[in-house]
Design a protein. Structure first.
Lengths: 192, 368
């Protein structure tokens, strides 16, 4: 048992899912729980704003994995789990119908309708293209991206060095990344 | 030369996140978690929830065995280690809480070591009683309506979310070089520092409030006592008592907020705060209630709760109250004798070169 657990720890998520579909070994779900339960819990806390409801939600989501992992073909477990967590929170919010949760329900419905999951698409690009794209960002985004990713400073250090607030630093980094992605993807588009 | 830049990404594990939330994570872990937050998606959303209630993660069972949640490890051998380990952990927590810990991570500082959490504060009945029993701080130290109004920065709408174009304005104009010759140039020109709001705002009683009219459609539920029965001046005295009827009404958010701000403008901090808490029961993310509720808590000497409220305004997608909340949070930390934390925050305010920079500089020099 101990040896088998240790082996499972080295598996990728997708390998674990595949192994589970073959063997149905519940220890596999245990490994996935250790990897992701705290993230699922955080998402539930964000929407449900209640510790007990969130804990119950995590339990329900992972206990359902025992059947869901066999019934669905999952290519990206992490993204799928994120969607499942959001779906579950939406279901709970609708059921509880607490005042003041309308905005959260709308947000979740929007996410799930637009299928906005993490972009795991990998973009092959050259260092030259990346450097060129960074120079085309506006000054605030460029300095934050450089400090955070190239000089590997923390948010706090970037804020201290630039004088921007933490919120602004995060905003510049997110917007800068989005703009870089747009620039690089438009460069990547093959001629049709 | 082509390089694959998207290397496999391992999400932060539970221990790393717990260390981050406690402020004890080393630089590499802080960096790892911040990178995962900046990537958006699952980790970012999870961290939003976990930061809002840092202690909650301790309640989540650590293991799932045989498809069921089990908080203890498998095997009888480990069972005998559990209770001694738990006892040692409890003793360690008690010892560490008795030390005056340094303020390290801004995200955690407003919540770690703070006894109240948002759930307790929003527990209506208990908190209403706490407010009633609270005593106002000395009038000279209160953040009164007049002081709030005077210390409110001019605010303009900014749109930092727009891409590509450098739309975000600097918080201060570039300092013009001073010609050293001539006494008229010895005093620098007065610069107006402005704050930025990335959402619509308006004013009530000359105090800035976010305009939530597009978002809030349901009203605020208020229970009123309606007196029924014959008025005393026309009654014949035969009726023993008037009957009171409880009635629930829904008041539009703007009208209810106006009542709160009216109370605040009269320095009626207890009644204002009770109503801000009612808003939060309906709209838990409402920043108007958090900011002005925070000021009320300050005036009632509940500096720890005020910090909780100001943190909501600081670590929020809406920037409307960010600068003011940072400044008032710094004042709370000073009141709480958390000088290290206060200094760090004041230095950040100073570096920002915004509306409160000169105040921050003065306060820093007084703290040293």
């Amino acid at each position: 048992m101990f040896f088998r657990k240790k082996t499972y720890q080295d598996f990728t998520d997708e390998s674990l899912v595949h192994q589970f579909s073959q063997s149905g070994d519940p220890d596999i779900v245990g490994v996935l729980y250790q990897r992701y339960a705290h993230l699922v819990f955080g998402v539930c806390l964000k929407y449900l704003r209640n510790r007990d409801d969130s804990r119950d939600a995590v339990i329900a989501i992972f206990e359902r994995l025992l059947t869901n992992l066999k019934d669905h073909k999952i290519e990206n477990f992490k993204s799928w789990l994120h969607s499942v967590s959001r779906n579950h929170c939406l279901m709970i919010l609708r059921k509880l119908n607490r005042p003041g949760t309308e905005k959260d329900i709308e947000t979740l419905e929007h996410y799930l309708a637009s299928d906005e999951t993490e972009n795991t698409e990998s973009i092959e690009l050259s260092i030259v293209q990346l450097e060129k794209a960074i120079t085309r960002l506006n000054a605030d985004q460029r300095v934050c991206i450089e400090l955070f990713y190239i000089q590997e400073k923390s948010y706090q250090e970037v804020a201290a060095q630039t004088g921007f607030s933490l919120i602004s630093v995060k905003s510049h980094i997110q917007n800068g990344k989005r703009n870089l992605k747009n620039m690089l993807q438009s460069h990547e588009k093959p001629n049709q | 030369m082509k390089n694959q830049t998207n290397k496999p990404h391992t999400p932060p594990n539970r221990e790393e996140i717990q260390a981050f939330l406690k402020g004890t994570a080393d630089k590499n872990i802080v960096r790892k978690i911040e990178e995962s937050i900046s990537d958006g998606g699952f980790e970012a959303e999870a961290m939003e929830g976990l930061v809002s209630d840092p202690e909650a993660l301790n309640l989540l069972p650590e293991q799932l065995t045989n498809g069921k949640l089990n908080s203890t490890g498998s095997g009888s051998v480990y069972k005998w280690l559990f209770w001694p380990t738990l006892a040692i952990a409890v003793i360690a927590v008690i010892v560490s809480l008795n030390h005056n810990r340094e303020y390290t991570t801004p995200i955690v500082a407003g919540t770690k070591e703070m006894k109240p959490n948002m759930e307790e504060v929003l527990n209506a009945e208990a908190e209403q009683q706490n407010i009633e029993n609270a005593i106002l701080i000395d009038e000279t130290e209160q953040i009164t309506y007049a002081k709030t109004k005077a210390d409110q920065p001019k605010t303009i709408i900014a749109s930092p979310e727009k891409s590509m174009e450098p739309t975000q304005e600097k918080t201060s104009d570039p300092v013009k070089p001073i010609d050293p010759i001539g006494p008229e140039n010895l005093v620098p020109e007065k610069e107006e520092k402005v704050a930025h709001s990335n959402v619509k705002f308006t004013y009530m009683n000359d105090l800035k409030v976010i305009d939530y009219s597009d978002l809030y459609t349901a009203g605020i539920k208020k229970t009123e006592i309606v007196l029924t029965g014959t008025p005393a001046n026309v009654g014949d005295g035969s009726t023993a008592s008037t009957e009171n009827e409880m009635r629930t009404v829904f008041i539009p958010y703007e009208k209810f907020l106006m009542e709160c701000m009216e109370s605040f403008s009269k320095n009626q901090f207890k009644s204002a705060l009770k109503n801000y808490l009612i808003i939060l029961q309906h709209y838990p993310d409402d920043l108007n209630a958090h900011f002005y509720g925070g000021l009320c808590y300050y005036n009632l000497g509940k500096f720890d709760k005020a910090v909780l409220f100001f943190d909501k305004c600081i670590y929020n997608a809406y920037s409307t109250f960010e600068e003011e909340a940072e400044w008032y949070k710094a004042l709370c930390l000073i009141k709480l004798s958390k000088d290290a934390g206060a200094k760090e925050l004041l230095q950040r305010i100073l570096l920002r070169k915004g509306f409160y920079a000169s105040r921050a500089e003065k306060t820093l020099s007084e703290l040293k």
